[in-house]
Design a protein around this ligand. Structure first.
Ligand SMILES: *Cc1c(COP(=O)(O)O)cnc(C)c1O
Length: 373
């Protein structure tokens, strides 16, 4: 039996294709009505006031750092069990990422570890809702308030998750989503900043458009040619083509989440009582399952066996502080975050996407059980 099962993939249907084709026949390929439409749909879904659509999750993180005024001499606390972009956005601003360890069961940032690394230079905390499970946001909020820090949620894994009945998108001062094809909603490349804060949102909007204080359509509406660059920004705009796909995808997010949770339930049941250990779940959270992460003995061997069987297992993540670039510029090394480093040797991400069939799940389960023994 031969199968090819990736670890993640987009689900695109005819309505998505039609939405994109409709834009191609319209007046705006970029900075048109679909951008506002997509921002509104995502913000409303989260129960937040504003969305700022940008060209990637990474651009969204960078926009947050800029909006918060993070700069040279500042420190931003982050966990190492994340994609490099979470830390890179701090470096883009000339500030210093400070790595703190995670909880052994959930691999979510440990609030007590966060507080122990706060200094007079700390400006913000970026917490990552790893795999799709929200962090302990009440504890993080209390720490942020005690020390006058801003809270950013890197929620690229967690669109649709909840914490104590509150939606991800309302838990931090700024929340970031990605619309890369392996994430919950695909726009090709794409990202969004979600917030209730007018001032921060205005700064992010200007930042994504070169630092110019009005966009093309607002000038058109005012019948004016005049524009001013009031800040140094980037071209981080998301196109109408992509936003149309995003709007269409958002209509299916409920179904996507339901299937992801269904896949997770099947994995959890199948691995109970085996040497394949699923990550811990927090009772007060509804998980969004961007990833299904297990810990296994002999991970490198299991990885090879599964890959040879055509199953696209993956490893999330190389702890960021162990990347050669970070070792070189920050002098970080093994021993800085021992729990994350130990987890890195054991974690395996199994295929997890809405288009998985029951047969795909059974195939992954049987190969895993066979490989781990
Ligand atoms: C995907 C991801 C990003 C970056 O998103 P892009 O859209 O690929 O730039 C950042 N942080 C985390 C945790 C991610 O999973």
């Amino acid at each position: 039996m031969s199968r090819r099962i990736p670890y993640g993939r987009q689900s695109i249907d005819e309505s998505d294709i039609k939405a994109v084709v409709d834009v191609l026949r319209s007046d705006f390929l970029t900075t048109g009505p679909r951008v506002d439409g997509f921002e509104t749909v995502v913000a409303e879904y989260c129960g937040a006031r504003y969305g700022v659509a940008v060209s990637s999750g990474t651009a969204a993180l960078h926009s947050c750092m800029h909006a918060l005024g993070v700069g040279e001499g500042d420190e931003v606390i982050i966990p190492p069990m994340t994609f490099a972009a979470t830390a890179n956005c701090v470096l883009y601003q000339g500030a210093t990422p400070v790595f703190v360890d995670v909880d052994a069961e959930t691999l979510l940032v440990e609030p007590a570890a966060v507080e122990s690394r706060v200094t007079a230079r700390t400006k913000a905390i970026i917490a990552v809702d790893y795999a799709g499970q929200p962090c302990d946001w009440d504890a993080l909020r209390a720490i942020a308030d005690r020390h006058g820090l801003k809270l950013v949620a890197d929620a690229c894994h967690a669109l649709g998750a909840t914490y104590k009945g509150r939606k991800v998108g309302t838990l931090a001062d700024l929340t970031v989503f990605s619309f890369h094809p392996v994430k919950h909603v695909a726009t090709g490349e794409g990202g969004m900043v979600i917030s209730d804060d007018d001032t921060l949102v205005d700064k992010a909007r200007v930042f994504r458009n070169h630092g110019i204080s009005s966009d093309f359509r607002s000038r058109e509406k005012a019948g004016a040619w005049f524009y001013e660059m009031v800040d140094l920004g980037f071209n981080y705009r998301l196109t109408d083509i992509q936003c149309a796909l995003g709007i269409s995808q958002m209509r299916k997010l409920g179904r996507f989440l339901e299937r992801r949770r269904g896949v997770a339930a099947k994995y959890a049941q199948a691995f109970a009582g085996t040497a394949i250990v699923s990550l811990g779940l927090r009772e007060e959270c509804e998980h969004a399952y961007h990833l299904y992460v297990v810990r296994v003995p002999g991970r490198d061997r299991v990885f090879r066996v599964l890959r040879e069987a055509g199953i696209g297992v993956n490893v999330h993540y190389v702890p960021v502080h162990l990347h050669p670039y970070y070792r070189q510029i920050l002098g970080t090394s093994e021993g800085l975050c021992p729990i994350a480093e130990e987890a890195y040797g054991e974690v395996l991400s199994l295929p997890m996407f809405p288009g998985m069939s029951d047969g795909d799940i059974d195939f992954v389960v049987s190969k895993m059980v066979e490989a781990v023994g």
